[in-house]
Design a protein around this ligand. Structure first.
Ligand code: GZL
Length: 341
């Protein structure tokens, strides 16, 4: 073999070796062409799931019956705006049939997720099943519904029984363990009314000197709370030592009735209520309310975080409870400026 042939052979060999030493990475096939199940081939964006800006959420709100509800609605709308979520919002004016219609409309529009605050606990199984059959996850917000757990992904809201217990213990402390109590109950059949009713009774059981002499629904509104308190005063007058109201709006209505009757709310009749809205702090500063148990309405941020996780197939707890406190007159003036609702 002459010199030229030897050099040629060496050159070819070196060339062959260099090809074996380096690999070229074929560009990832676009997701559409990637073999089924070959996640490694899918572009990163495809695996990231939806973002808030992609989200379309249907929210079936109860109505606008109280300061609490107004704050709750504001929190949900403001957070949707901040995140860039497309929010389809319905106000049912406290009618279950309107909430059911709204949920069916959201299903027809094929939203990504449905949020609902059930006005009452029963009557939801059919429409929740329709949402499940349509493959649309449903989140209970604020109030629970009496349905099988598989019909909703998670419940975001308070422990209303604990709120009732806290109100009962506060009432026992304020009354010194004895007195005749009238009760303004929330919307009949609603989870907060049912649970605040039972939690309060659980707490006062150990005080035999405490007696509930009358109990009637004021439907969580000021107007109805005033009306029912007027009836209580007509029937029992100054026999009444205290009022337990399932929300601050009914308590504020009752305060007006007590003053018009000629008694001093917060003194002649002690008052314990629930929600801790600004109106309650103002009433405590005026000496007309003796305690308010917090029920947090500012659920917008937690709701949309849960909605995005659910839509992206992430695990979420079956119940996400709210953090809440109990407030008394001596704290009211200092805390009022800090209250967000
Ligand atoms: C409680 C909420 C109740 C409030 C009322 O989570 O559902 O409904 O306590 C409101 O003020 O009307």
């Amino acid at each position: 073999m002459n010199v030229r042939s030897v050099l040629y052979a060496i050159l070819i060999g070196a060339l062959m070796l260099s090809l074996v030493g380096c690999t070229t990475v074929a560009p990832a096939a676009p997701a559409a062409e990637a073999p089924a199940g070959d996640q490694a081939a899918a572009p990163a964006a495809e695996m990231a799931g939806k973002t808030f800006e992609d989200l379309v959420v249907g929210y079936a709100q109860i109505g606008a019956e109280s300061e609490w509800r107004t704050a709750n609605t504001q929190s949900i709308k403001a957070e949707a705006e901040r995140l860039g979520v497309e929010l389809k919002f319905s106000d049912a004016q406290q009618k279950q049939e309107n909430q059911i219609k709204a949920i069916r409309s959201f299903i027809a529009q094929q939203v990504d997720v449905i949020g609902v605050s059930p006005v009452v606990e029963t009557g939801w199984e059919t429409v929740f099943q329709e949402a499940k059959d349509a493959g649309i996850p449903l989140i209970l917000v604020d109030r629970r519904a009496a349905v099988p757990e598989e019909l909703y992904v998670t419940y975001l809201g308070s422990d209303f029984v604990e709120e009732g217990r806290r109100a009962g213990q506060a009432m026992a402390d304020i009354l010194g363990g004895e007195g005749k109590i009238v009760e303004l109950v929330g919307t009949v059949g609603s989870a907060p009314a049912n649970d605040r009713y039972s939690g309060f009774r659980e707490a006062i059981t150990e005080y035999p000197g405490m007696e509930i002499i009358a109990s009637q629904s004021g439907d969580f509104t000021r107007a109805k709370g005033k009306e029912v308190m007027e009836a209580f005063l007509k029937s029992y007058g100054d026999e009444i030592d205290a009022l337990y109201a399932h929300n601050d709006d009914m308590a504020i209505g009752a305060i007006q009735a007590i003053e018009e009757y000629g008694l001093k709310p917060g003194e002649d009749i002690k008052i314990v209520s629930v929600d801790a809205v600004r109106g309650a702090f103002e009433a405590m500063i005026e000496g007309k309310l003796n305690c308010t148990v917090e029920c947090n309405p500012l659920l917008g941020p937690q709701f949309f975080d849960l909605a995005l996780k659910v839509v992206n197939g992430e695990e979420v707890a079956k119940w996400v409870p709210s953090e809440e406190g109990v407030y008394f007159p001596e704290q009211a003036a200092e805390l009022l400026p800090t209250r967000q609702y």
